[in-house]
Ligand binder design. Structure first.
Ligand code: GAP
Length: 588
């Protein structure tokens, strides 16, 4: 029996990372070759926990919301990232040490050693000034960094598609682009009707300048993203379903104010007073409940709004879900209003249409400026470029009909200006009846980092207490995410006990439970092993099990170490009901 009802949350990243490696949660990859910064392998426990987190995310954000899930490639061609803005805008600030040559994120060096909290949003010359003013030094060797140039560094991993280098490609830095580029097809699957959502769980790659804090900042990680496409004029979220959800918010206005504070409120109240945009509010509410169910400690959780300089190139508003670890807040997820940015860009750069037809309630009669150029004039004048001239004239008429008010109209063709007599353009303003219009949908994006969540769930679940006079470390993981749900042990080495225990293992596995069998070492040590990986229940087969007619086993609950005897014939059903959340151990 646990001697201490108030087990301590004693995690530090140091003891968590040690446990993670020892018990097979995660460890640095390619250790046989010295390891490589920013790449981690999830071991058997970690892969199972991560899989459970992903399944839980899929259940909530794809299935329960009626969204579609896709699985796109992780390498995409260069034009995708020209259009998305990642080639130009997906940079971090790099400063190189003049002594040891180590590269560091300049904004992190500033944030770690000064009172600046958001150096990422500062312009480069200002970061250089701060480094000089505070005489900041290289975190690796201690050499002064003042006077070193701060440069931008694009975070995308580049590769070549096929032999040679004529076809550059990039490992996607976010799973989102795999959804956006397929929009023309996805909208068909959604029967061309807004709103609809598309999710994806998959790897993303960023060549981080200084990966750090184990799986919190890596170069390859898993994202779970939802791109929700809406008509901003007509679509509204189901706010009622989340109105009462309590949240801790840290709006930009509070961050900018001296003595500004986090606000305790509800989703409904925060929308009402204008702190939250309704669509972002909806997802903050859903995610708050979801994180809590997964075991994130809600006393160490908040939503923080991005400051203006901090937002990504595509976002007009963004709130991060943040969890407190070792006294620092880390970002678990971002909830962005991406507006029409991505679809407009792909519409502009690709040959496809990234729009949706919005039907009017009633057909409308509108005036349209049109051209019907005289090709017997344009042909001889412009030869093979006559078609381009027609395109230019059509664009100009739609954009600026006043350009046709004089005797001639000017167009630009490959950098040269040409004058065309208006009478040869066939310009006219016509009345047309239209049933609707093509609009570029807006995108609301909840974007979750899976690795950081795994880390947080473990960190917040880490406990130390004393059992029977011995120190114990255990993970108070929620059954939904625990890698193993039940451990089954024969009390001691004995054929009859082992046969019965193996039969129970088969029964439990047939009921869909994740089970481990352990017959090595004394029973106390076996309990400790399961406690340390967070297994919620252990079943022990003892002589009472095989000797009694009404066969029973001991079921031990991890957190309290309380034990109850249950009939073997009900065991699978009972434990499956607990796993599904339909029954609790206390109720047995
Ligand atoms: N599509 C939007 C997007 O990618 P982000 O804020 O850059 O937004 C979303 O990333 C989430 O991905 C973050 O909240 C974080 O949890 C995770 N993430 C980002 N960079 C990461 C890294 N280097 N290592 C681990 N997780 C990372």
């Amino acid at each position: 029996m646990s001697d201490d009802d108030t087990a301590e949350t004693a995690a530090t990243s140091e003891n968590l990372v040690e446990l993670a490696k020892r018990r097979g949660y995660f460890f640095q990859s390619s250790g046989a070759y010295g390891g490589v910064g920013g790449f981690y392998t999830f071991g058997p426990q970690g892969a199972a926990l991560k899989g459970n987190v992903e399944d839980a995310w899929r259940d909530r954000f794809a299935v329960a919301e009626g969204n579609m899930e896709i699985d796109a490639p992780t390498i995409m061609p260069e034009p995708v990232f020209e259009a998305s803005g990642h080639l130009d805008g997906f940079d971090d600030m790099l400063v190189e040490c003049p002594e040891c040559g180590e590269s560091h994120r300049a904004d992190h060096v500033v944030e770690d050693e000064t009172e600046y909290e958001d150096a990422e949003g500062l312009p480069i010359p200002e970061v250089e000034e701060v480094i000089a003013k505070y005489e900041l030094v290289c975190p690796s060797c201690g050499a002064g960094l003042a006077g070193q140039a701060v440069e931008t560094f694009n975070l995308m991993f580049e590769t070549n598609i096929g032999p040679g280098d004529s076809d550059p490609g990039y490992l996607r830095p976010e799973t989102a682009q795999g959804i956006f580029v397929e929009f023309p097809r996805l909208k068909e699957y959604a029967r061309n009707q807004l709103p609809f959502g598309v999710t994806q769980i998959g790897r993303a790659y960023r060549n981080e300048i200084s990966p750090r804090r184990s799986i919190i900042r890596t170069r390859e990680f898993t994202q779970a993203e939802l791109e929700y496409f809406i008509d901003p004029e007509t679509d509204e979220p189901d706010l009622e379903s989340v109105a009462d959800v309590e949240v801790t918010l840290y709006p930009a206005s509070e961050q900018n104010e001296e003595g500004g504070e986090e606000i305790e409120t509800t989703i409904g109240a925060a929308v009402e007073d204008g702190t939250l945009d309704p669509w972002i509010a909806y997802y903050l509410g859903v995610a708050r409940e979801w994180y809590a169910a997964l075991g994130v400690d809600m006393d160490r959780f908040r939503y923080r709004q991005h400051l203006a300089g901090e937002r990504s190139h595509y976002a007009s508003d963004c709130w991060d879900a943040e969890a407190e670890l070792d006294g620092n807040w880390i970002e678990l997820a971002g909830f962005s209003d991406r507006g029409a940015y991505d679809l407009s860009k792909h519409d502009e750069y690709s040959d496809d249409r990234f729009t949706i037809f919005r039907q009017y309630d009633e057909p409308k009669t509108v005036e349209r400026a049109v051209v019907d150029p005289d090709m017997s004039y344009l042909g001889p004048e412009f030869g093979g470029a006559a078609g381009d001239v027609v395109d230019e004239l059509e664009d100009l008429a739609a954009r600026d009909r006043s350009a046709f008010e004089g005797d001639s109209v000017e167009i630009d063709l490959e950098g040269e200006t040409h004058e065309i007599p208006v009478e040869k353009t066939g310009f006219a303003v016509e009345e047309q009846t239209e049933a609707g219009e093509h609009i570029v949908p807006h995108v609301i994006e909840p974007s979750f980092g899976v690795d950081r969540l795994v880390y947080t769930v473990l960190h917040h679940a880490y406990r130390e207490d004393e059992v029977d006079g011995e120190e114990r470390t255990y993970l108070e993981l929620e059954p939904e995410v625990a890698p193993t749900f039940v451990g089954v042990f024969p009390l001691q080495s004995d054929d009859a006990l082992e046969t019965e225990a193996n039969e129970i293992v088969d029964d439990l596995r047939a009921a869909g439970l994740s089970v481990t069998y352990d017959d090595s070492g004394n029973i106390g040590r076996r309990y400790r092993r399961q406690d340390e990986v967070g297994t919620p229940f252990c079943v022990t087969v003892d002589f009472e099990t095989i000797e009694n007619e009404a066969t029973t086993v001991t079921v031990r609950e991890r957190d309290t170490t309380e034990q109850k005897r249950l009939p073997v014939e009900d065991l699978a059903e009972t434990l499956a009901a607990i796993r599904a959340g339909d029954l609790s151990f206390d109720e047995l």
